[in-house]
Design a protein around this ligand. Structure first.
Ligand code: HGY
Ligand code: MN
Ligand code: MN
Length: 434
């Protein structure tokens, strides 16, 4: 295996191992168990032309990922359950005993996403359990591994649906009504996948069994690379949200309509994208229009509607609110000049998350053995952030040498993945086996 990003579009190596973490010549290795799991999962939902993954909630690729999870649980003799919201759980020990220590992440992806965002946390969880057994550690608390459903929200627009539902942060009726670009609702998609949409909803009894949830994730930035460390602990998640901007103008002929007679929403949209960049830069925030839909979407027609989705994030909620308000204002001002109506709908919002200090410090002490461990905030959302309102949660990050994420170029070296597995095993041993 070689390190470094893969060429987008490259064919999978024999056995589908092209997405495997690349190793170096020295240092720890992830071991056969990790590599076999990684290879098996790497085959699922891969889009060959882009080299990325399309594992969207309740699709056949998602079903294959879920079957993979279930098989991993069975191979280890773990008790398996799918909860009412479609999240998958594998248990060592009886979760009803309570105070369980759970790890895991998600297996779904963004469109043409990388191999690591989500799967690294799930594969590392199973590998850490194997490592714990190899160490001869004896758990005195139940240990759980989870795959949260629909973390990315790629199909239905809302992120972290499985954990939001479980934590009571998403009304079941609102979830059921979420609709993808193909017109299929979440309820219909769940039903087609054999999951009862009428059963979804808050699951406090299940969450009450968990004493701590620790999610391992590939870092989605370069902080660990810059300090030369393979593993870090999360301090906080920036507040973030998604807003839908509807720019409504008038469809017209591209060859016959005088420029001054047009009501072209594309102009308003383009100006708003530039304004978003500027407002975010000035405030030390982030603002991204990464998805757009156009009607009628014809080369020789002025558009009647441009719909753009803004993803914005900031270090604090006040800054985020100010940035989004400034972008809305810029859109409205330009819309007035263009004769375009601008409507803005907030589709989701996740407040700032400050991870439980006690658990965070405990993890840092367990991993560092006295030496300082990097503690870093992130702008990415996670199920651990959603659950932090209900129970003590924490996160471990594994170094990503380029920081690239939500792209086929997302990567972590094999030795760093091994360090992540070992850190997760240390956490389980420290929290649940002593
Ligand atoms: O969009 C996000 O922050 C994520 O990676 N779920
Ligand atoms: Mn992601
Ligand atoms: Mn993720």
């Amino acid at each position: 295996m070689t390190g470094g990003p893969r060429e987008p579009g490259a064919d999978p190596a024999p056995g589908g191992a092209d997405a495997a973490p690349g190793g170096t010549d020295a240092g720890p290795r992830t071991g056969d168990g990790f590599q076999t799991m990684w290879r098996d999962l790497a085959r699922i939902g891969r889009h060959a032309p882009s080299g990325g993954y399309r594992r969207h909630a309740w699709t056949p690729a998602d079903a294959d990922c879920r079957a993979w999870f279930r098989a991993q649980a069975a191979a280890r003799g773990l008790a398996y359950e799918t909860d009412r919201n479609g999240n998958q759980w594998a248990w060592l020990g009886d979760p009803a005993a309570g105070d369980a220590v759970v790890t895991g992440s998600h297996l779904d992806s963004v469109p043409d996403g990388g191999a690591f965002d989500g799967p690294l946390g799930v594969v590392s969880a199973f590998a850490a359990l194997d490592a714990l057994h190899a160490r001869g550690a004896r758990p005195r608390r139940p240990l759980g591994i989870v795959n949260f459903t629909d973390e990315e929200g790629a199909r239905f627009g809302l992120a972290c649906v499985g954990s939001r539902l479980a934590a009571g942060q998403l009304a079941p009726a609102d979830a059921r009504a979420l609709t993808g670009a193909d017109g299929v609702t979440l309820a219909q998609a769940m039903e087609r996948a054999g999951q009862d949409p009428d059963a979804i909803g808050a699951d406090p009894e299940r969450l009450a069994r968990i004493g701590a949830f620790v999610e391992l994730h590939v870092e989605q930035g370069r902080a660990l690379d810059l300090v030369g460390e393979p593993v870090g602990v999360a301090s906080a998640i920036w507040p973030h949200g998604r807003w839908r901007f509807d720019f409504r103008g008038e469809a017209n002929h591209a060859g016959t309509t005088r420029l001054e007679d047009r009501r072209d929403p594309m102009l308003t949209y383009a100006t708003t994208v530039l304004a978003a960049r500027k407002k975010a830069r000035l405030a030390g925030a982030l603002a991204t229009f990464g998805k757009v839909a156009v009607e009628p979407n014809g080369v020789n027609a002025v558009a009647s509607l441009v719909r753009g989705w803004l993803d914005s994030r900031a270090p604090d909620e006040e800054t985020l609110a100010a940035v989004v308000a400034a972008i809305e204002q810029a859109a409205a001002e330009r819309g007035a000049r263009d004769g375009v109506r601008v409507g803005v709908t907030r589709e989701s919002f996740t407040p700032v998350v400050e991870f439980a200090h006690e658990l965070r410090d405990r993890l840092a002490a367990l991993l560092g053995g006295g030496a300082p461990v990097p503690v870093l905030p992130t702008g990415a959302g996670h199920d651990a952030g959603i659950l932090s309102a209900a129970l003590p949660t924490a996160m471990l990050f594994v170094r990503n040498p380029t920081g690239v994420s939500h792209s086929p170029a997302e990567h972590a070296a094999e030795d760093d993945c091994a360090a992540g597995v070992s850190a997760l095993a240390d956490v389980w041993e420290g929290l649940a086996c002593r």
